[in-house]
Design a protein around this ligand. Structure first.
Ligand code: NAP
Length: 243
């Protein structure tokens, strides 16, 4: 798998799910661009692991919620003649609290990172992808965006919005050999789960365990592969039966 001279951009790739997706796509032969917001050392460590395994990785630090920073960074990335034909919109944050105690800042940070982040990164890459006549966009949503989750009104709204964007963009891109899909993970063992009420969470999952980052990455790799060419506009749950 993998396409000669094709690059894959993974947002939020300094750790967690994004890092595993980036490592997987590099193993499939894509030159990977690792976006992240703040943690240089962790992003560099992911890039080093990819290079040690024989892959290609470059770093692109910018805040996907910042329109100007994203536009400038992506314009820079597009100077390289190799197309960016794979985009994984993974950057996301959670700030959980019931709506009655939610601040406007908590609402805004979560919705902007997911929804503005999707727009800021995907919009400037869409036309180059169309011109290249092949592409894959995978959006990392959440089971919370499908069934809702108490304490996550902001996060559930953002992820449901991302699913809507996935379905609409899939229709716009379908004739161009560009697929657009979402995955909806349940609880996955990353920093995002730190402090979460695990006993309560595990009871709700039919498989009675959380997922691994590799289990998300393997689904994303499949959606990027030629074998998934006829799948578009779909939301694939990765949740041990939850939702
Ligand atoms: P994580 O371990 O907290 O990692 C988040 C990553 O996103 C980091 O690389 C972080 O970069 C980056 N990031 C955050 N805000 C950003 C921004 N504004 N611009 C650019 N990068 C940004 O999270 P995760 O658990 O791997 O989650 C990854 C995605 O999966 C998220 O969209 C999340 O909503 C979704 N998801 C997670 C779970 C779960 O249970 N873990 C379940 C369902 C869905 P820095 O560290 O450099 O700031």
């Amino acid at each position: 798998m993998g396409r000669d001279n094709t690059r894959a951009l993974v947002t939020g790739a300094s750790r967690g799910i994004g890092a595993a997706v980036a490592e997987g796509l590099a193993a499939d032969g894509f030159a990977v661009i690792l976006n992240y917001r703040s943690r240089d050392a962790e992003a560099e460590a992911v890039a080093e692991r990819i290079r040690a395994a024989g892959g290609e990785a470059t770093l692109a630090r910018f805040d996907v919620a910042d329109a100007d920073a994203s536009a400038a960074a992506i314009a820079g990335l597009l100077q390289d003649p190799r197309p960016i034909s794979v985009l994984v919109n993974n950057a996301g944050v959670a700030e959980d609290t019931p709506l009655v105690t939610m601040t406007r800042a908590q609402w805004t940070r979560v919705t902007r990172t997911t929804l503005d982040g999707f727009f800021n990164v995907t919009q400037p890459l869409a036309m180059p992808m169309i011109q290249n006549r092949w592409g894959r966009i995978v959006n990392i949503a959440s089971v919370s965006g499908v069934i809702g989750n108490r304490g996550q009104v902001n996060y559930s709204a953002a992820k449901a919005g991302l699913i809507g964007a996935t379905k609409a963009l899939a229709q716009e891109m379908a004739k161009r050999k560009i697929t657009v899909n979402a995955v909806a993970p349940g609880p996955i063992e990353t920093e995002m789960l730190e402090g979460a009420p695990m006993e309560h969470i595990l009871k709700a999952i039919p498989m009675r365990r959380v997922g691994t980052v590799e289990e998300v990455a393997s689904t994303v790799r499949f959606l990027v592969s030629d074998g998934a060419a006829y799948i578009t506009g779909q939301v694939i749950g990765i949740s041990g039966g939850l939702g």
